[in-house]
Design a protein around this ligand. Structure first.
Ligand SMILES: Nc1ncnc2c1ncn2[C@@H]1O[C@H](COP(=O)(O)OP(=O)(O)OP(=O)(O)O)[C@@H](O)[C@H]1O
Length: 632
């Protein structure tokens, strides 16, 4: 029997494909099962238009069997089969997809769709086997044919015996190597779990004869457990569950069903906080089930974490983690998407630039947002829990996108409020703003408690304005990207211009009087502050720091803590002195009498202001010495 050569480019492609397209060899099983499922779809489809063909549901199935001794794995189906010519053209030419031809010729009816639209899947068989034998009998044909090939050297076709219509593919599994344990493709347990993993929702039964054990009849009652005897028997088991939960009607499903599915899929070990079920019919149709986990995954904040949703094409899993379906700021979402409309090209593993996929991703993003917003509105406790776990990810989303994600994310943000003593949304803040209030005020610090004691907050609180507490490092950076919310600008309580008129204005005369002393103090601090001036915000405290310009003191703190910090990032600091405080009288007296003492007082006050801000003192020894001397 003469061997035919694969078409020239096919030969190269075959080699490339076997060695590089698929990262996991085990997916060959998914490919062959989905081809089998397609072939059954085609039979079903023919039966819709040809009254001579009866489609009896029970006659259609896929069967897997493994023979360890022979090292063969066989996947057979009762689908449409292939004629000699089809074997030749479908399996002899890589990248010629028979499914695609079929689809072109026949309008899709009755929701039947065909998974394969690109012609490389079958060849994945060569990743695990060095001989592939396909015997096939086409629907309505009397003769069966055998196609066989051991890879790039070509293939042969000859007539053979086969009783039933359909296709049987036998793979001679490769011997084990140091790197690959091919035996696992002959192992019953492993095959079962691969089918579960990749093809659980194929709509036809995938059957396998499975060895089971039962108690021998006479061994049942009398004997002790250890003495009981078992016997093996064979059961024809259906390995897949066939109807995926996401294709079922929402009204049939209970919350427990979603929770169970979450656990079954090992998305997490705890009940999810929320499930989202989306069924979209349109130019691009898809079903999605997504979950907001109750807690961040154990590796969520590590480099190893991989975001993404499982991607199915018509019930066949084509990607374990499709990262293109989720923006980074929703990376905590878990779940899956199934669509029959994905135009798959080259490989099921290379989908990135697919337009349909981008469309689905956009819709999914909007759906997640609207579900989160309704949780925020109707289930505030739950939302708070969500936000405590994942709020930081949303804020990073605003920061990383340089504000581009503002529209989608800003309403999801929450901050602790000085007046509500709870997390509030920006919209809620705005709704409570006083008539004369120009800005959305915020204060930064390590904890809510520390912020509540900041001297800078006094004047804002005195005006009856609410303050948002920023305790996450990212907060102020994210807000800088937002710039404003509903046309209200954000303003740090430490900024030099608060937009609040003080009750008692410093008279021009006083200003002139104090100018010299403040200049002296500034000089004695040797460039550490940009200015020393009378504070308009302090009530009870003698001193505080304010900042001028884009970089705040809090941002300086965060940036200085970065590993690549060179110590050159400094906010423009202003030392504010409360001129109504008795400490100021001491400063004035020293200025007129003992300038050395004023230097010490200035250094102490400056360092106190640093401490209040949570900054470190540059020279603690000097600070301690100055205090000691002043006490003497
Ligand atoms: N079990 C089968 N029964 C009938 N025809 C089959 C079977 N397996 C493969 N074929 C035919 O061989 C063609 C090539 O298969 P192959 O898996 O390489 O590509 P495909 O299924 O079209 O696309 P995909 O890359 O998505 O699998 C198929 O389109 C189909 O016509």
């Amino acid at each position: 029997m003469a061997k035919k050569q694969f078409k020239a480019e096919s030969k190269r492609l075959l080699d490339l494909m076997i060695n590089s397209i698929y990262t996991h060899k085990e997916i060959f099983i998914r490919e062959l099962i989905s081809n089998a499922s397609d072939a059954i779809d085609k039979s079903y489809y023919k039966s819709l238009t040809d009254t001579n063909i009866n489609f009896n549901k029970d006659d259609f199935f896929i069967r897997i069997s493994a023979d360890k001794e022979d090292r063969t794995l066989t996947i057979s189906d009762t689908g449409i089969g292939m004629t000699k010519e089809e074997l030749e053209s479908n399996l002899g030419t890589i990248a010629k997809s028979g499914s695609f031809d079929f689809k072109e010729k026949n309008e899709t009816k009755d929701g039947i769709d065909i998974i394969g639209q690109f012609g490389v899947g079958f060849y994945s068989a060569f990743m695990v086997s060095d001989l592939v034998i396909v015997t096939s009998k086409a629907l309505g044909s009397d003769t069966a044919y055998k196609w066989q090939s051991s890879g790039a050297d070509g293939y042969s076709i000859e007539p053979c015996e086969k009783e039933t219509t359909g296709t049987q593919i036998t793979l001679k599994i490769k011997p084990n190597t140091d790197d690959n344990n091919y035996d696992e493709y002959l192992d019953e347990y492993n095959l079962k779990s691969l089918v579960k993993k990749y093809s659980d929702f194929i709509k036809y039964p995938i059957k396998m004869n499975v060895v089971k054990k039962k108690l021998k009849e006479d061994s049942e009652k009398e004997k002790e457990d250890s003495e009981k005897e078992y016997e093996e028997y064979i059961e024809d088991e259906t390995l897949n569950s066939m109807v995926p939960i996401w294709r079922r009607n929402k009204s049939e499903l209970k919350p427990e069903d979603y929770d169970n599915f979450y656990m079954d899929k090992h998305f997490g070990y705890e009940k999810p906080l929320k499930y989202i079920h989306a069924s979209i019919e349109g130019i691009t149709s898809y079903n999605a089930i997504m979950y907001i986990p109750a807690k961040a995954q154990y590796d969520f904040y590590t480099k190893e974490f991989e975001k993404g949703l499982e991607l199915y094409s018509n019930g066949v899993m084509i990607m374990n983690k499709c990262s293109d379906l989720l923006p980074d700021y929703f990376s905590f979402v878990q779940g899956l998407v199934d669509s029959a409309d994905l135009s798959l090209n080259i490989s099921r593993e290379l989908l990135q630039h697919d337009r349909q996929l981008q469309f689905i991703a956009k819709k999914i993003k909007e759906k997640i947002k609207s579900e989160l917003l309704s949780m925020q509105r109707d289930e505030r406790e739950k939302y708070n829990e969500f936000f405590n776990n994942f709020g930081r990810t949303l804020k990073y989303g605003i920061y990383q996108g340089w504000g581009a994600n503002k529209e989608i994310l800003q309403d999801l943000l929450m901050f602790y409020s000085s007046s509500e003593k709870n997390l509030v949304t920006l919209d809620e803040y705005i709704s409570r703003m006083k008539e004369d209030q120009k800005y959305i005020y915020y204060a930064t610090g390590d904890t809510n408690d520390k912020i509540s004691k900041l001297p800078q907050t006094e004047v804002v609180l005195d005006k009856g304005y609410e303050i948002l507490y920023f305790t996450d490092e990212i907060d102020e950076f994210a807000i800088k990207m937002l710039m404003n919310y509903k046309e209200k600008e954000f303003k740090s309580v430490s900024s030099s211009d608060l937009g609040i008129e003080p009750d008692e204005k410093e008279s021009e005369e006083e200003k002139e009087d104090n100018k010299d002393i403040f200049n002296y103090m500034k000089d004695s601090l040797k460039g550490k502050v940009k200015e020393v001036r009378a504070s308009k915000r302090l009530k009870n405290h003698p001193v505080c720091l304010a900042s001028e310009g884009e970089l705040s003191i809090e941002m300086e703190k965060v940036l200085s803590a970065m590993p690549d910090n060179k110590g050159d990032i400094h906010a423009a600091k202003i030392l504010e002195i409360n001129t109504s405080h008795e400490v100021f009288d001491k400063l004035k007296n020293s200025f007129n009498g003992d300038k050395e003492k004023l230097k010490k007082l200035t250094n102490v006050l400056y360092n106190q202001a640093l401490l209040i801000e949570g900054l470190t003192i540059e020279d603690p020894v000097q600070y301690a010495n100055d205090i000691c001397e002043l006490l003497q």
